[in-house]
Design a protein around this ligand. Structure first.
Ligand code: IMP
Ligand code: MG
Length: 175
């Protein structure tokens, strides 16, 4: 059975970080009308909060990737399950996810999107599980570094559960 364990980031702490990231993006992208590309499903809550903290005009698109194989093993196969609905050529793209773990999903999406010739492509990640990184991915806008733990809430799931928690917590495993 799985229960919620220690809360790592409460609502107010998350909101402060989202505001900080949104402020930096607003300054960097003034006059550029960026396209926010949100990675389904885990980035939905982060994206909708972040968008409201970005002051320049923007558009939003969604993309979904699927990976096969163990998340702890290198060389997983990542495929695009749901693609963008518009062309990103010449656009200033911000690829958004709530968490980066091994980096394989992000790496695959960054490579795919950069092949479509955007004017620029930068990554925004709220949580960085840096100790699990297998693929080096440049992250321009990074929120919190987190320890080697499975976390849920604020869009992140365990078996599709817990996405609706307004905070980010560790998952307690009891046998
Ligand atoms: P990566 O390809 O290993 O970087 O995995 C990225 C994806 O795995 C994220 O977009 C999440 O959907 C999922 N993920 C990785 N770590 C966690 C976690 O601690 N909790 C919930 N989902 C996670
Ligand atoms: Mg998941």
């Amino acid at each position: 059975m799985h229960e919620i364990g220690k809360i790592l980031f409460d609502e107010a702490t998350i909101a402060d970080m989202v505001q900080e990231l949104g402020g930096r993006i607003s300054r960097d992208y003034a006059g550029k009308d960026p396209m926010v590309v949100s990675i389904l499903k885990g980035a939905v809550i982060f994206t909708t909060d972040l968008m409201r903290r970005i002051s320049c005009p923007l558009t939003v698109e969604f993309i979904q990737a699927s990976s096969y194989g163990m998340s702890t093993k290198p060389s997983r196969n990542v495929i695009i399950k749901k693609d963008l609905e518009s062309d990103i050529a010449g656009k200033h793209v911000l690829l958004v996810d709530t968490i980066i773990d091994t980096g394989e999903t992000f790496d695959c999406l960054m490579k795919t999107l950069s092949g479509r010739k955007p004017a620029s492509l930068n990554a925004v990640v709220l949580l960085d599980k840096v100790c699990h990184r297998l693929v080096d991915v440049p992250i321009t806008y990074r929120g919190f570094e987190i320890p080697d733990a499975f976390v849920v809430g604020y869009g992140l799931d365990y078996n599709e559960q817990f996405r609706n928690l307004p905070y980010i917590a560790m998952l307690k495993t009891e046998s």
